[in-house]
Design a protein. Structure first.
Length: 318
C-alpha cells in the first residue's frame, strides 16, 4: 500500500545540497516499513505483502528524487516474526549503515497506533541496544496507518503510554504520522512527505549536518559483545543444565566412594596412632618411676596435669 506523490508538490520543498538525504527504516515486522519507503519515494520501490513473516530478509536500498532533492531510503529486515535468527537480523540491519555510507542522516522507527504490546517494547529496546544511545539524535518515530487513529490526536495516544511517550521524547527527531492506506489522496500523501522531510532536515541541522557513523555502530557492537560475554559467563557460573548436573552426579559416584574409603582408612590410622602414643606414654611413665627420683616424677605428673598426655607425642605421628 502506497501513495504516489503529485508532481505539482515537487516545488513545495527547496532543493537541498548535492549530497543525498540518507534515511534508514527500522521497525517490527508488520508496521509498514516498506510501505512507508514507497510513500516517501512516491513509487513501488519496495516489495509489500500481507504476511505474518517479514518479506524483507536483507537490506534494500532504493533512491529517487523527491521534491527536487535526491533521497536514498534503506529498508531493513523486520524485528520478530522473521525466519532469521537474532544474530542474522542484527547483521542485516548493520548492513544499512554500510549501504548508507558514510552513514544515515535519519532513522525512521515505524510503529502502528494502538496498544503498546510486549513486541513493540522489545523492538524499541532492540533498537536502542543495537545502535547505541547516540542513535537517538538521528531518530524519528514514524506512526504508520494513521487512519487507525480514527480522528484521535496523536498527542492523546502518546499520553496513554508513559513508556512510549518517554521513548518518543528521547528521539531528537520527535514523531510523525503517515497514512499508508489506499484511500489516502495524492495531495495528502504529498503533504505528509513534505512535513516528514522538513522534520528530518531539522534533525540534520541539529546534528550540525552530520550523520550516524559506522564507528558509532561498531562501538555499539562491541558493547553488545561484551555484555553478552559477561551475561553468559555469569549464567555459566550460576547454573548448569539438568543434563549436565545428572552427568556430573554420575561421574562423581566412583569418586565419592573412593573418598569415603580413604576417609575411613585415615580415621583408622589415626585411631591406631593415638592408642600407640598412649601405650608409649604410660610405658615411659612407669620406666621413669624406677630410674628417676620421686621429685622428677612429681614434676612430670604436674606437667601432665596441665597438658593432654597424648598431645605431648603428637609430633611423633605422621
Amino acid at each position: 500500500m502506497m501513495c504516489h506523490v503529485a508532481t505539482a508538490c515537487e516545488a513545495s520543498l527547496p532543493a537541498s545540497e548535492a549530497e543525498p538525504l540518507r534515511i534508514v527504516l527500522l521497525g517490527r515486522t508488520g508496521t509498514g516499513r516498506s510501505s512507508s519507503g514507497n510513500t516517501i519515494l512516491g513509487r513501488s520501490a519496495f516489495w509489500v505483502s500481507v504476511s505474518p513473516c517479514s518479506v524483507t530478509t536483507e537490506c534494500n536500498r532504493q533512491t529517487g528524487t523527491v521534491h527536487g532533492r535526491s533521497i536514498s531510503v534503506i529498508d531493513t529486515p523486520g524485528f520478530l516474526h522473521t525466519h532469521l535468527s537474532p544474530e542474522e537480523v542484527m547483521a542485516g540491519v548493520g548492513q544499512s549503515v554500510a549501504l548508507s555510507s558514510p552513514g544515515p542522516h535519519a532513522f525512521l522507527v515505524t510503529l502502528q497506533p494502538g496498544r503498546l504490546t510486549q513486541e513493540e517494547r522489545d523492538a524499541l529496546e532492540w533498537i536502542k541496544a543495537t545502535f547505541g544511545p547516540g542513535a537517538t539524535r538521528f531518530t524519528t518515530v514514524l506512526f504508520t496507518w494513521g487512519d487507525q487513529l480514527r480522528g484521535k490526536r496523536i498527542e492523546d495516544f502518546l499520553g496513554e503510554s508513559n513508556e512510549l511517550s518517554e521513548f518518543v521524547s528521547g528521539c531528537h527527531g520527535g514523531y510523525h504520522v503517515f497514512d499508508n492506506s489506499e484511500q489516502g489522496k495524492t495531495t495528502e500523501c504529498a503533504q505528509q512527505v513534505v512535513h516528514l522531510l522538513k522534520k528530518v532536515d531539522r534533525t540534520v541541522a541539529s546534528n550540525g549536518g552530520g550523520c550516524y557513523s559506522n564507528e558509532m555502530f561498531k562501538e555499539a557492537e562491541r558493547a553488545i559483545r561484551e555484555a553478552r560475554k559477561r551475561i553468559l559467563g555469569e549464567r555459566g557460573h550460576k547454573a548448569e543444565s539438568p543434563k549436565k548436573v545428572a552427568q556430573n552426579k554420575e561421574e562423581q559416584r566412583p569418586e565419592l566412594g573412593r573418598r569415603r574409603e580413604e576417609e575411613e582408612r585415615r580415621r583408622r590410622k589415626e585411631e591406631e596412632a593415638r592408642k600407640r602414643v598412649e601405650r608409649l606414654f604410660w610405658c615411659e611413665l612407669v620406666t621413669a618411676s624406677f630410674f628417676f627420683d620421686i621429685v622428677y616424677l612429681n614434676h612430670v605428673i604436674s606437667v601432665l596435669q596441665q597438658h593432654n598426655a597424648p598431645a605431648l607425642y603428637n609430633h611423633t605421628v605422621d
